[in-house]
Design a protein around this ligand. Structure first.
Ligand SMILES: NC(=O)c1ccc[n+]([C@@H]2O[C@H](COP(=O)([O-])OP(=O)(O)OC[C@H]3O[C@@H](n4cnc5c(N)ncnc54)[C@H](OP(=O)(O)O)[C@@H]3O)[C@@H](O)[C@H]2O)c1
Length: 239
């Protein structure tokens, strides 16, 4: 059995669906989130392939503690899905210090803290993969969400640096950029955005990356629902 795969933001939405797909593929999974809660069939796992840890990815001490526990428990990782994220839509002038700090703190600093802390475990679990959930907003910034777009563009840049630094070390890097997904994101609930992608579809696409031959680096995946009328080049609806 390969070492486990860490999925951050695994309590609901895309992270939860990704963990479920990976477990269905027979992979051991570690899920991180601040709250391990039960929401409509989601939440704490009874699946023996899945272990939950309570972690705030924006808090360096919390990440350090969790990785120390992981090192003790598993010794190595064969992948990370850098997924934990949040977003609050506001025009640049209306973006408060608090919203800016939270958005960058989770989406970008949280990704940095997670990856940096886990690299020794990934090196022990090689060949390994780091898959990051960016967004179409990283490539096509939308007015009214400067903090979110900046956090995701920064994430894409950081992932490219990681790729170049670890190419020779058998750590493959993938950026996944979905358009709208029907999750709890931004205070919504599944069903609120029925034309968007389902969390299950995105989770399956992410899990499929881990089924590729080790020498295949899937560099970028862009996903959108054909039912959706909101996205780059077709901005007709409010998101
Ligand atoms: N939904 C979309 O339309 C969409 C489109 C493109 C990209 N994305 C990206 O996909 C990723 C997942 O989003 P989603 O749609 O699945 O959202 P979601 O349903 O709101 O889930 C977000 C997950 O992140 C976790 N999380 C948030 N802050 C955290 C923190 N400080 N530390 C640890 N975990 C934290 C949440 O758990 P806790 O609250 O329990 O901590 C939850 O498990 C995000 O990075 C998002 O930017 C989403």
């Amino acid at each position: 059995m390969r070492p486990p795969i860490l999925v951050t933001g695994g309590s609901r939405g895309i992270g939860h669906a990704t963990a479920a797909s990976l477990a269905a593929d027979g992979r051991h999974v570690i899920r991180w989130s601040r709250s391990v809660r039960a929401t409509e069939g989601e939440g704490k796992s009874t699946d023996t392939h899945i272990i939950d840890q309570t972690v705030d990815v924006s808090d360096a001490a919390s990440v350090t503690r969790a990785v120390a526990e992981l090192a003790e428990r598993c010794g190595a990782l064969s992948g990370i899905v850098v997924n934990a994220g949040n977003g609050t839509w506001a025009g640049l002038a209306e973006t408060s210090n608090e919203v800016w700090a939270r958005t960058i703190g989770v989406n970008l600093t949280g990704a940095f803290l997670t990856i940096r802390s886990c690299l020794p475990l990934l090196m022990r679990g090689r060949p390994a993969r780091v898959v990051a959930l960016a967004s179409d907003s990283a490539f096509h910034p939308f007015a009214g969400r400067a903090a979110y777009c900046a956090s995701k563009a920064g994430l894409v840049a950081m992932m490219e640096c990681l790729r170049q630094e670890y190419r020779a070390s058998e750590i493959n890097v993938t950026v996944v950029a979905p358009a709208r997904v029907d999750t709890y994101f931004g205070g919504k609930r599944p069903g609120d955005r029925p034309q968007g992608l389902s969390a299950a579809a995105v989770g399956r696409s992410v899990a499929n990356v881990f089924k590729q031959p080790d020498e295949v680096e899937v560099r970028e995946i862009r996903l959108a629902s054909v039912l959706d009328r909101y996205g780059p080049g077709d901005r007709q609806e409010a998101r």
